[in-house]
Design a protein around this ligand. Structure first.
Ligand code: ZN
Length: 150
């Protein structure tokens, strides 16, 4: 577990300092705003979905290291994935950060995202880590929506 914790800190620091896909996509096919009032995290998510595949995904916003790095890793992870796969990954990621047990296949599928298992120990941080994912689901469900973690 301590190895995972070190990796967790390393990856979060890296993606916070240098977030990937940190830009707007204009025009885009799907878009949503997310806000976590408990921490003050805000982000805006943009997607271009063609034939049910995420061709491009990016975000802008400001927040704590965990919310920024989670959004950064999520955009890297989801590019090229289908919408159906993405909804499945949302469920796995949600289970992961809320401390539910994932099977080996689910963990393997999440790849680098598995490091966010580290937030289980910090309940207030679960909302930071999952904000980008909740915003994503809202974007998929409607072309223009606002997500709240509450
Ligand atoms: Zn936060």
């Amino acid at each position: 577990m301590s190895e995972l914790r070190e990796l967790y800190q390393e990856v979060i620091l890296d993606h916070n300092k240098n977030p990937r896909n940190f830009r707007k996509i204009e025009p885009c096919s799907h878009h949503a705003n997310g806000h976590n009032p408990l921490c003050g995290d805000k982000l805006e998510l943009f997607l271009n979905i063609v034939d049910d595949v995420i061709k491009d995904i990016a975000f802008v916003g400001s927040g704590c290291a965990i919310s920024t790095s989670s959004a950064s890793l999520m955009t890297q992870f989801l590019k090229g994935k289908s919408v159906a796969e993405t909804r499945k990954y949302f469920d796995s990621f949600h289970d992961l950060v809320t401390g539910k047990t994932l099977n080996d296949r689910e963990l393997e599928e999440l790849g680098k995202l598995a490091i966010f298992a580290g937030v289980q120990e910090f309940p207030a941080r679960v909302k930071c880590a999952s904000l980008s994912w909740h915003t994503l689901i809202n974007a998929l469900n409607s072309a223009d929506a606002s997500a709240q973690t509450e």
